[in-house]
Structures are given as structure tokens and as C-alpha cells.
Write a protein that binds this ligand. Structure first.
Ligand SMILES: C[S@@+](CC[C@H](N)C(=O)[O-])C[C@H]1O[C@@H](n2cnc3c(N)ncnc32)[C@H](O)[C@@H]1O
Length: 233
């Protein structure tokens, strides 16, 4: 059901609950996205140098700042969990080593996400209302070290749209950067077989390989969903 199907003061929470109820595998997918990003961060940090000491060390200059992009933010729950997991506590006080940009088409969700992340103390967070379909959304954005997305790309319309967005992500990622996409990989009965939009893991792997991504991994497949990642060289 779409966000517009819900009413009342807590309609955004009700919409998110409905997604979680209908697709119980979402929770394991979200965990897989977070785990994959944390594991990537630990390896990436080893290459960039350990984050410690004063605020200057947590900066782009020494490569320690992680620039994150989320596509299809929804209510912001995954953003909050990812930011909390990647957050660094440094000796001079709480300083974020993470910058977050979220893309979302629904204005109400953008506003909701902004409030949620601000209330949680995530200062370096920016939400942008724009459409992931088409070629304009990446303009002026990036580069990013990690891009993640949950249950969103199937909404873009099919294999051509998926290839386009994967290409755009490739263009926005830094070398060594990671893409993590958890989404439906099994078709629904109602889907038009001539225009599939919930595509199998192999299709994702092939598209990513052809675009130059490496180290494709399907970290988890459960229910109708899979959590997949690939790196940019
Ligand atoms: C099923 S929801 C998942 C939301 C969130 N990622 C989660 O898992 O809770 C898909 C999200 O993608 C957003 N979305 C769908 N099509 C989009 C588009 N063309 N551009 C930007 N956002 C889009 C929707 O508004 C919605 O918030």
C-alpha cells in the first residue's frame, strides 16, 4: 500500500509498520545492509588511517570522513540505524565522522526524516526531495563512499531503470566505495512478465559487472528479498 493510503496523525508510522508486517524479511535485510556497511567501513578505515584524536582528524583531508548516500529513504529508520552504527566517539566529544545524504520523492517523508535525524543528533544529514527516475537527480551530488538502499529500486520500473540507477551510483561512488542494495528479487503474481521489475539476483550481478563493479556479494536471501553489494574500483 502507498503512503497516500494511510491517514491520521501517525500515518507515516502506520505505513512503515504495514511494510514490516507484510514483508517480515525486511528486518533481516536492514540488518544485512548495516552489517555490510560496518564491515566495509572497518576495512576502508584500515586503508584510510584510524580515526582518533581531535576534530581535524575526522575530516575529508585525511580521508576519514565517510560520505553516505541513501536512495528511497522512507520514514528514515534505516538512515538512523546506519548513522548510529557508523558514528564515531572521539576524545574531544561526540563528533560525527559521517555525512549523510538521503534521496526521497515524497515531501512528507523528507520532512519526517529531517526531523527524525535531527532529533537523534545526526548533524551532518541532508535529505533531498527528488525523483530517482531520469538522469537529473545526481547533478551536483557526490562523491560518496557508500550508497545504500532498501526496498526501493523495484519501484523504478524494470531492468532499464535499474541499469540506469546502477550506472548513476557508479558515477557517484569513489574508488573503493560500496553499493548495498536490498530489494525484492522474486516476482509477485501481479507483475507483468513482459515488464518484470522484481529481478533475480543474477540480473543484478550481471548489470553491476557490466558497469564495472567488482566483488558482487549476495549477503542474504530470505523470503522475496536479497541483500546485495558490490564495490567500485
Ligand atoms: C517501500 S519504500 C522503502 C522505504 C525505506 N527504504 C524502507 O525500507 O523503510 C520505497 C521508498 O522509495 C521511495 N521512492 C519510490 N520511488 C522513488 C523515486 N522514483 N524517487 C525517489 N524515491 C522513490 C518511496 O517514496 C518510498 O519511500
Amino acid at each position: 500500500m502507498a503512503l497516500s493510503d494511510f491517514t491520521g496523525p501517525d500515518y507515516i508510522a502506520a505505513w512503515t509498520r504495514d511494510l514490516d508486517d507484510r514483508w517480515p524479511e525486511r528486518s533481516a535485510m536492514a540488518d544485512c545492509v548495516v552489517r555490510t556497511l560496518v564491515e566495509w567501513r572497518d576495512e576502508w578505515r584500515g586503508r584510510c588511517g584510524t580515526i582518533m584524536g581531535d576534530e581535524r582528524s575526522v575530516s575529508e583531508e585525511n580521508g576519514a570522513l565517510i560520505r553516505l548516500l541513501e536512495l528511497g529513504v522512507g520514514a528514515g529508520g534505516l538512515a538512523h540505524t546506519v548513522l548510529s552504527a557508523l558514528y564515531e566517539r572521539v576524545e574531544s566529544g561526540r563528533t560525527s565522522a559521517v555525512e549523510y545524504t538521503g534521496i526521497e520523492i515524497e515531501s512528507a517523508l523528507v520532512q519526517h526524516g529531517r526531523k527524525l535525524l535531527m532529533a537523534a543528533g545526526h548533524r551532518n544529514a541532508c535529505l533531498i526531495r527528488t525523483d530517482l527516475k531520469g538522469d537529473t537527480w545526481p547533478r551536483g551530488l557526490g562523491p560518496f563512499d557508500a550508497v545504500f538502499t532498501l526496498q526501493t529500486f523495484h519501484d523504478l520500473g524494470g531492468v532499464d531503470a535499474l541499469e540506469a540507477v546502477y550506472g548513476q551510483v557508479h558515477g557517484l561512488l569513489t574508488p573503493g566505495g560500496i553499493l548495498v542494495n536490498a530489494d525484492f528479487v522474486v516476482p509477485f503474481e501481479k507483475d507483468d512478465p513482459n515488464r518484470p521489475r522484481r529481478l533475480p539476483v543474477e540480473t543484478h550481478e550481471n548489470l553491476l559487472f557490466n558497469l564495472g563493479f567488482v566483488d558482487f556479494t549476495c549477503g542474504l536471501q530470505r523470503g522475496k528479498m536479497a541483500c546485495m553489494s558490490a564495490m567500485r574500483v
